[in-house]
Design a protein around this ligand. Sequence first.
Ligand SMILES: Cc1cc2nc3c(=O)[nH]c(=O)nc-3n(C[C@H](O)[C@H](O)[C@H](O)COP(=O)(O)OP(=O)(O)OC[C@H]3O[C@@H](n4cnc5c(N)ncnc54)[C@H](O)[C@@H]3O)c2cc1C
Length: 487
Amino acid sequence: MTKARVLVVGAGPAGLAAGVRLLEQGRAKVEVTMVHMGHHLGGKAASYTDAYGRTVEHGWHMMLGFYGRLRGLMRRAGADEGQALASLAGKSHAYEPANGRLSTLDSGGGRLSAAASFADYAGMPLDDRLHFGRFMSQAYALALSGEDLEQHDDLCFTRWAIEHGLRPHVTRYSLFRLFRDGYFNFPEQISAYHVLRTLKLMSTSEDAEAFCARGPYSERVWAPIGRRFESLGGKIEPYTLVRGLVYDGRRVRALDVARPDPGGHRDGRTSWSTPSIPHEAGSERRIEGFDHVISTIPQAVFVTLNPQDDRLWASPYFARMKNLRSVSTMSLTIRTREPALPYPGPVHGFPAPLGIATNMTRYLDTYTRGGQAGSEIQFVGQEAGFETWSDDDVTNFTLDNLARIPGGDLRKAGITYAELHRNRSDFERIFVCEPGVQRFRPGVRTPFENLFLAGDWVRNEVDVVCMEAAVASGEAACDAVLARVGS
Ligand SMILES: Cc1cc2nc3c(=O)[nH]c(=O)nc-3n(C[C@H](O)[C@H](O)[C@H](O)COP(=O)(O)OP(=O)(O)OC[C@H]3O[C@@H](n4cnc5c(N)ncnc54)[C@H](O)[C@@H]3O)c2cc1C
């Protein structure tokens, strides 16, 4: 039997999940090639150390207990979870700038422990915390009630909360903004659907457990999955930038690709300085000879394909994608000579742009096993409103803010390394789950019978923007292809 040829575009969580599943479930029926524009696997969730010893990443990533699909994929790829991941034991902290208090939050026990930590929160007066704890218990109850949560998508969570009885002034506390900050939805508002969906996904103690990688994600998580794909017969072609779809009738016939230009688009540090990536002159070519394509290209890049193709972009299916938005994230890594920031898990609530700080010293192998001294603090956030600030301005502002909490003065601990990234390019930007977003998100199937979409921005069973959602959508796209091949 002739096998169907499937081309997977992208080697982030969605592409890797789709590629592995295609070969695990349909090896007798399909052959699979994966092309991606970079070299390291993992897409926005990639992180690695470059030849100059610099940390290259989009920003700090954590996994949650409900990431069953991703963890299953890791297990099948032979990645030892204990070696790859460290548990944060459900611990995080919230800083309340209004009164300078820092409180420990414990979501490790699911909704019950989360509600209890809200009630203990030192950043609010007692009456407000009891009120907030009751409100959040009701929000969890609604999230788990089985009602269709998507009906709440048109409202932002702040408005939704007030309409559901939260005292308006409580929405000003950084504790209330945790989800919005965590999804990088500021200054934009976050859709109430996305918050309720997250509460549902994190309701049990097992689901709410948090993990981070003990070393670079590309090495610990994505490389074993890539090797699994190759061991099943899949081929990976790096440095292949897709620039356009070539189609006729109802099928995509070819992809226009080129080799990305390896120089000239970085701004001297490790951030990309142009929205779209230039390609090497003369490297343009056409990929043909496939039967099906799964595109896991991020939303901000997908809408730049076929720029002159008015017919494609005027069609209702593709036109609505242009209503979706993506934003630039930022990350900062600081290493210090002396130990600093003595708190397990992330500390939230600092002013933008880098509002979340995590001391990785107790999780990274370089410190726990390699004997490196000092600390490594990773900050993550969103750039909006700070585009004109210099890297030094952002770094100093962030250090000043962290220095307000005990143990947070990193300058005093002796800074030995600082690396700031602005993830501005289209392929680096993260999809924003703002109110009303659901009606514009596409599903896996497209008007082209052989083109399937996947990625965290495509509707899927998880649906909130994260690695697990990307994996879920990749697996759904795989199932849609196999169903088409089977028929
Ligand atoms: C700063 C930051 C922090 C985050 N923190 C977390 C977190 O803590 N937990 C969590 O679960 N998620 C987190 N996320 C989200 C997570 O990274 C994404 O949800 C996930 O990477 C999406 O996977 P994907 O496969 O859909 O897309 P991507 O990861 O973007 O992968 C897309 C792939 O397509 C390739 N590609 C793009 N354009 C082209 C093109 N034109 N031609 C060829 N190939 C192309 C890319 O090279 C890449 O291989 C974070 C994201 C950011 C930016």
